[in-house]
Write a protein that binds this ligand. Structure first.
Ligand SMILES: CCCCCCCCCC/C=C\CCC/C=C/C(=O)SCCNC(=O)CCNC(=O)[C@H](O)C(C)(C)COP(=O)(O)OP(=O)(O)OC[C@H]1O[C@@H](n2cnc3c(N)ncnc32)[C@H](O)[C@@H]1OP(=O)(O)O
Ligand SMILES: Cc1cc2nc3c(=O)[nH]c(=O)nc-3n(C[C@H](O)[C@H](O)[C@H](O)COP(=O)(O)OP(=O)(O)OC[C@H]3O[C@@H](n4cnc5c(N)ncnc54)[C@H](O)[C@@H]3O)c2cc1C
Length: 663
């Protein structure tokens, strides 16, 4: 039997309707149809071929990506694609480039932080790509600490302009995507100075390059920051360094939704919180959570298909060896990742709806849910990117030696994905933001009832004193038992930290001293959100034979896997006994055997094309070995029998050996 037959047999074992599961994964039939159409459009167009990428040099690779981006823009216009379709098209092209910054950061920054007048002027230019923008916040010496940025924007009364300046080497803007070679404009974050007074960090629209010939404008020095981790991965992007030598921009190019500077040089703070200036980061963090489920599902799809094809040991009387997916150890590493992909998918949908709600409230001048939205996006960004990056690497190991080949698709995916743990808020820094929110919520509880994702803190009394009543492994198949366990663990960890901080004379000092515990408490809170969201999703109608049942199994796998992994927390907080923790682990093993027959169908439900996976190991048809062999044959080193350099550097050594032998 060949891999092709193995996957065919696996698909026959499925206990649910795969087409209906595809819809559940996508969120709706319409969402499925849009993404499916765009995936096929990209997969079937030779312009978007990407197998040659690993063999290209940086310049060729960059140019190739520019070519694809230009072609994609032509398709978007020629085919009159909707915004949603265009987003999926860019996603499936699967090469980071300047358009990510244009659509995910530059346009949202104009939308979220521009005044009505500024939006009228700049948005049509950006939306039609007459200008190309980037988001220039991070500097050589400051990224996480936004208030510590050094670039200055000094108001000049006489000319009614701001003077943008990089006073030191360390103030050089460093990292912004698309900035080195493509962007014509940037939203530059700088310290606003009026009459020697510092008014905080604000965003300014600054033109970097001529719209005529693309040359850099006077006073601007811009370039690429150099190659990044992984060959093809993120090197299609021109992350840049930028310095300003007293560059002048009109006053009306400061983003003025949150605060304004008048012609007279007066600083006016609107009636909206200054944190709205951070709004672009909040919206991108939500996109990043959604992207985590896509990246993880991609790695899991490859590792699952390959695990069903790969056989090692266990052959009796010349029969076939055991499929590695049947090893319990393989299942215990793979299936929690499969379940996590679904969990992240559903939490990202929920986060999107939370953000829509916050946006509507902001328009009505209701800012009450802003801190919670910030904590949720920051925390879930941190949780999902960390788990996804680790998960991709685990999938690579699950594929044994072949996972290390570029043709497996996994090394490039990892290198491409892992910076998500750092950009848009370094993950630990983000978890500390969640901790601030939680500690503050606890400290305000005497006069303010916690709501939303923190509402369980308001049920502190019972949660602090109750004990778990699980008696058998079966008892763990109960959503309320699971939610209660996660709530209790989180509440006890948060309260413990809060009480210990309160003992410090200086609360900031206490917070810093307890920061490692606070990060763990924040993680417990975020895991509770993901688990509860999964459970809530299952309360909705989910059509299709066996679909809901399969998702229920995955939900329990996700929750009990976390419980097992963090059993130290659950035991230390005193809610569970070691017997109950051990029953959870027993149940987890039973659940793995329920996932097993459905594993291939579950990863088929992601609806990933072979083009998107770019993996010989993860091919839909399972024809792994012939295609691995074929891919290896295509390596440039195999172009000739005698490679360049052999005659020059190897033959002389061999000949020298002969000479020595004669002596
Ligand atoms: C490889 C590709 C694969 C994945 C593809 C994914 C696709 C997604 C789209 C991709 C697009 C582009 C690719 C990536 C491009 C990357 C871009 C960037 O990285 S841009 C730069 C991002 N930088 C950061 O995120 C900086 C992080 N730092 C901060 O956010 C802040 O400075 C922070 C949060 C650390 C706060 O520091 P500080 O304590 O100094 O706070 P402040 O004094 O400023 O504020 C105090 C007060 O405000 C609250 N706060 C902070 N932030 C917010 C917010 N956003 N909203 C609401 N409230 C906020 C804070 O908690 C404090 O509250 P308080 O109650 O007073 O305690
Ligand atoms: C691929 C990529 C693309 C990017 N694109 C852009 C872009 O388009 N535009 C842009 O402006 N920026 C961009 N960035 C920059 C990115 O946003 C920053 O790198 C990120 O915000 C982290 O900041 P930092 O580099 O200053 O890390 P640092 O804050 O220096 O982190 C270093 C270490 O210090 C720790 N640390 C920092 N502060 C604290 C604290 N208070 N408490 C405890 N620990 C702490 C962190 O946990 C980390 O371990 C990009 C970065 C990458 C990698």
């Amino acid at each position: 039997m060949e891999g092709v037959d193995y996957l065919r047999d696996e698909r026959k074992k499925s206990e649910f309707d795969v087409e209906a599961m595809k819809v559940a994964w996508a969120g709706s039939r319409e969402a499925f149809q849009v993404s499916d159409r765009m995936a096929k459009l990209v997969a079937n167009d030779p312009v978007f071929e990407k197998f040659s990428k690993p063999t290209l040099g940086r310049k060729e690779m960059f140019k190739n990506t520019l070519r694809k981006a230009a072609y994609a823009w032509k398709l978007i216009n020629d085919l009159h694609l909707t915004e949603e379709e265009a987003k999926w098209l860019r996603h499936y092209i699967d090469e980071p480039n300047y358009t990510d910054l244009q659509w995910e950061m530059f346009v949202p920054a104009l939308e979220g932080q521009g005044s009505e007048e500024q939006k009228r002027k700049w948005l049509p230019l950006a939306q039609t790509m007459q200008i190309i923008g980037t988001y220039a916040q991070t500097e050589l010496a400051h990224g996480s600490n936004v208030q510590g940025l050094e670039t200055t924007a000094t108001f000049d009364h006489e000319t009614d302009q701001f003077v943008i300046h990089s006073p030191t080497l360390t103030s050089s803007k460093w990292w912004p995507g698309g900035m080195a070679k493509v962007a014509t404009h940037a939203i530059v974050y700088a310290r606003l100075i009026i009459d020697g007074h510092f008014y905080g960090v604000h965003g300014f629209i600054v033109q970097l390059r001529s719209l005529e010939d693309h040359s850099t404008l006077p006073g601007i020095t811009v370039g690429d920051i150099g190659m990044k981790f992984g060959h093809g991965a993120y090197n299609t992007m021109d992350n840049g360094v930028l310095r300003f030598d007293r560059v002048r921009i009109p006053r009306n190019q400061m983003l003025m939704r949150v605060s304004q500077v008048t012609k007279e040089g007066k600083y006016v703070q609107s009636d909206v919180p200054r944190q709205l200036a951070y709004g672009t980061m909040v919206s991108v963090r939500q996109t990043i959570v959604s992207d985590a489920s896509k990246a993880l599902s991609r790695a899991v799809c490859i590792a699952t298909r390959y695990s069903a094809i790969r056989r090692q040991f266990g052959s009796h009387d010349g029969g076939p060896e055991t499929q590695v997916i049947d090893y319990k150890t393989q299942q215990s590493r793979l299936f929690p990742l499969l379940a996590s992909a679904f969990a992240f998918r559903f939490v990202s949908e929920w986060l999107k709806s939370l953000q829509t709600d916050v946006k509507q409230r902001l328009e009505a001048k209701d800012f009450s849910t802003l801190p919670e939205a910030h904590a949720c996006t920051a925390g879930l960004k941190s949780l999902t990117t960390a788990a996804t990056a680790d998960g991709i690497e685990e999938c690579r190991k699950l594929c044994g030696g072949h996972g290390y080949l570029i043709s497996s698709g996994l090394p490039e995916l990892y290198a491409y994905y892992v910076p998500a743990c750092t950009y848009e808020g370094e993950n630990v820094v983000m978890m500390l933001q969640v901790a601030r929110f939680l500690v503050k919520t606890v400290s305000e509880m005497s006069y303010k009832q916690p709501v939303g994702t923190a509402d369980y803190l308001g049920r502190m009394a019972p949660l602090m004193h109750n004990n778990c009543d699980v008696q058998t492994a079966e008892d763990w198949l109960n959503p309320s038992a699971i939610v209660k366990a996660f709530e209790t663990r989180a509440v006890r960890m948060i309260v413990d930290c809060s009480q210990r901080i309160a003992k410090f004379e200086n609360q900031e000092e206490g917070f810093a001293e307890l920061s490692t515990d606070l990060v763990e408490a924040s993680l417990a809170h975020c895991q509770l959100i993901v688990v509860s969201t999964f459970i809530q999703r299952l309360k909705q109608e989910i059509p299709g034979k066996g679909v809901k049942q399969s998702l229920e199994v995955l939900c329990y796998v996700y929750a009990l896997y976390l419980l097992h992994k963090h059993q130290g927390d659950f035991l230390a907080t005193g809610y569970l006994t070691s017997k109950q923790a051990s029953l959870a682990n027993d149940q987890l093993k039973t659940l793995y055997s329920k996932v097993r027959p459905n594993a291939i169908a579950l990863v088929d439900s992601f609806n990933h094309t072979d083009h998107y996976l770019s993996s010989v190991l993860g091919r839909y048809d399972g024809n792994v070995y012939p295609k691995l062999y074929e891919a290896a044959r295509k390596d440039p080193l195999n172009d000739s029998d005698i490679a360049d350099g052999i005659n020059q550097y190897v033959q002389p050594i061999l000949k020298q050996k002969l000479h020595l032998a004669k002596l």
